[in-house]
Design a protein around this ligand. Sequence first.
Ligand code: NAD
Length: 347
Amino acid sequence: MAVFARMQKHDFEQIIAVNNNASRCRALVVIHDTTLGPAFGGLRFWKYATEEHGLEDVCRLARAMTYKCALAGIRGGGGKTVIFLDDRMDRAAAVRHVGRVIENLGGRYFAGRDVGCTDADMKALQQETKYVASEELSDATATGVLQGIRACLAVTRGADALDGVRIAIQGLGRVGYLLAKKSTAAGARVTASDIDEQHAHAAEHELGVSLVAPERILDEECEVFAPCALGGVVNDATAKRLKCGIVAGAANNVLEEESDGLALHERGILYAPDYVINAGALISGATRLLTGTSDSGAQIQRLFDVIREIGERSRREGMPTNYIANMMAEAKLKKSKAFSDSYWPEA
Ligand code: NAD
């Protein structure tokens, strides 16, 4: 699709193509919508088959960040950067080049970590720009996911207590481990899996969670299935297989297709939309950048109310939760657009 047609279709504000022959840097910095405030979005490194694939991906991700900010209650919008991986790229120089472009935006866009981004990349970026959030915020994410699980239980059972609730966690990495820790501390019975044996055994020994083989976790009978590993875990085949009442976890892009949300809805499984339930890190990072304080606990707790509202509306209106969440985000943007359309930092 041509660039302007793509921008017009979803009202993108700005697409910056970055090129530097010396470092073989090719990158796209995209700002989708700053109606509510400056854009937030991570830096992704990926080997795309074509330029078109890179443009498609960065636009989809930037737009998702706009919705995420809107529902997380952040005075911010959506952006994203992709760096096209190239074996002959001078990586540090390329990242610094992108950093200068971000610095030049003067605070219209803040970058953070995303897929493929290393500590060394963050350091290189910070050499050139102050508009970057580099902290490790998995604890905030796990706290938000736990709020989301409680909200889903409030919708399905009328009570949000975790005592005795069976939770199956896929992936015991940074977020999955902390979610297992917080859940067991709240009385839940956690079963989990990880393809990394060290991660799995650490959780078994330190937290007392029961382990199952990675290929069995989707077959676990439980109240809550919490995907904390990969995207695309709910798809045509697995939506029929799940033996849970709730799908609520940290992973991005849990649904392979938006229509998989409909399949869950038709089976009576309540799905907590990924970009809402995993917003804890965004809330924590953005609060610090926007206000200079690290006091975001209350706002992360508010994810409970947002997810409960999504779940209740889904039941009332007979519509999948992922569609309801998108509608709520769009309504919020539309309301604000009446007052201001885009964010420009003061000179
Ligand atoms: P991580 O890399 O620390 O952990 C992922 C874990 O999943 C690893 O232990 C890995 O071995 C395991 N895994 C991979 N494939 C698996 C499989 N098939 N079955 C079982 N386990 C498998 O990542 P993380 O930071 O904990 O993030 C987890 C998910 O949450 C990702 O999708 C990430 O994009 C998303 N997320 C994370 C944050 C955050 O703050 N870290 C914020 C928002 C979203």
